[in-house]
Design a binder for this molecule. Structure first.
Ligand code: 5AD
Ligand code: SF4
Length: 441
């Protein structure tokens, strides 16, 4: 019997990276690879990396560093690092030097080249490094081995033009490049044919979808087109930049029945001084105005956000503005981050970097407040009936299923595993901070 080569892939970072890993898996499957969850069984170990903050980077150095032993025992093992870390000009030389046992480096723009790069390693036995500076046109027609049968990520655009002063993404993911509506619709139609019910449209800033195309289609129009695809029951999207949310889009959110009542709208900070230094190009007042408009147009919509503490120059008064914005906006939940300096971004050079202890104290306060708000909002749901897409079995109790409401809340309820992938009706009976408990109706 021919031994099937096995790959182990570890993914860090955002949904865009998770989606890239699905393409990598598709490409490897075409090359005859199988997959394993155990690095020691693998012939190929690949780390798809993130560089948005320092922590995941440190983990890559730690975990890949430890693979040196495995490589010594099994010299034919191929170890690769791809994604955002090697794509960073400043980081690549450090990776090359600190991880001498890594055989393969490629970036975010040349995932489709993986089979060719692997063949080069098989043929020469030498280290292969290929990083492209420019994304070029989105590459279409790549295979994907998806993680899930009933929900799927669909990338609608690559890159970002915003250059928020703390953010490394525009440097590693390049400028905005939209996929054509035809390519997106074709992908979604074929997902629907395979039974996918929910799609999440991905882009660093989906609200500027289409601006780079010579077509008269914006994000609101794209939603309308996707809303027509038979079989698709739910449409989600992420991430939206507050400065680019149009009235037209807000109207579409209320009008298109498949578009879920959930908006992820990163605010980052509640102080106008900090927002300006971050180059976010909106004010706190403008943000709150949008929140108001969205709530009017889409009653019951849930709102989630990203918030950062400890940006350079953030004073106690600035941080108090963030807390008061959190109270006013009433986010259903928030991803909270401690500012992490990134080489090559303007914020790294700014004066008045905030000491670590102050950052930590602020994030604790922020999380405490947000938890209080989240719990209050969840408590208001007790007694209501919601539609849930059943996603799986609860990790903590195998008798319980978990799923998501249209408003992106996690619901835990007793039920049969046969319901996984189905849309069911659930009555909410109990509220917790990060989820609600319910029972099937
Ligand atoms: N430090 C901390 N958080 C960051 N983010 C982006 N860059 C940084 C950074 N340098 C956060 C932002 C963004 C989310 C994806 O990650 O809040 O919205
Ligand atoms: Fe980074 Fe800002 Fe672009 Fe988001 S919008 S990816 S935070 S530069």
């Amino acid at each position: 019997m021919v031994h099937k080569r096995l790959a182990f892939i570890r993914t860090f970072g955002c949904q865009m990276n998770e989606r890239d890993t699905e393409t990598i898996r598709g490409l490897l499957q075409q090359e005859g690879y199988g997959f394993t969850d155990h690095p020691e069984d693998a012939d190929l170990i690949l780390y798809n990396t993130c560089c948005v903050r320092e922590n995941p980077e440190r983990k890559v150095y730690g975990q890949v560093g430890q693979l040196q032993e495995l490589k010594a025992k099994k010299p034919e093992l191929i170890i690769g690092i791809c994604g955002c870390m090697p794509q960073q000009q400043e980081e690549l030389p450090i990776l090359l030097e600190r991880l001498p046992h890594v055989d393969l480096f490629f970036g975010t723009h040349n995932i489709h080249r993986l089979p060719e790069l692997l063949h080069r390693i098989y043929a020469t036995g030498e280290r292969v490094v290929e990083i492209l500076d420019d994304g070029g046109e989105p590459v279409e027609g790549l295979p994907a081995l998806r993680n899930n049968d009933f929900k799927a990520f669909v990338t609608i655009m690559h890159g970002c033009n915003n250059f928020c002063s703390y953010c490394i993404v525009p440097y590693v993911r390049g400028r905005e490049r939209s996929r054509t509506p035809e390519a997106i619709l074709e992908e979604i139609r074929s997902l629907a044919d395979r039974g996918v019910k929910e799609v999440t449209l991905l882009g660093q800033n989906v609200n500027s979808y289409g601006k780079d195309l010579k077509l008269d289609v914006d994000f609101a129009d794209l939603l309308e087109l996707i809303n027509e695809v038979p079989g698709i029951r739910r449409i989600r999207f992420t991430t939206s930049h507050p400065k680019d949310i149009s009235d037209k889009l807000i109207r579409q959110l209320g009008r298109l029945e498949k578009v879920c009542e959930h908006l992820h709208l990163p605010v980052q900070a509640g102080s106008n001084n900090v927002l300006k230094a971050m180059n976010r190009r909106y004010t706190r007042e403008y943000y709150l105005e949008i929140v108001e408009k969205v709530r009017q147009e889409v009653p019951g919509i849930s709102l989630t956000t990203d918030i950062m503490v400890g940006f350079p120059g953030e004073s106690d008064a600035d941080f108090a503005d963030t807390l008061s914005l959190v109270e006013k906006a009433k986010f259903d939940s928030a991803f909270t981050f401690i500012y992490s300096p990134r080489k090559g971004t303007p914020a790294t050079e700014m004066p008045d970097q905030v000491p670590e202890e102050v950052k930590k104290e602020r994030i604790y306060q922020l999380i405490e407040l947000q938890n209080k708000v989240s719990l209050e909002l969840n408590q208001a749901l007790v007694g209501t009936q919601v539609e849930v897409l059943v996603e799986g079995v609860s990790k903590s109790d195998s008798q319980m299923l978990t799923g998501k409401t249209r408003t992106a809340k996690t619901v835990v309820f007793p039920g049969n595993q046969g319901l996984i992938g189905e849309l069911v009706k659930v009555k909410i009976t109990e509220a917790q901070t990060w989820s609600v408990v319910g029972e099937l109706i």
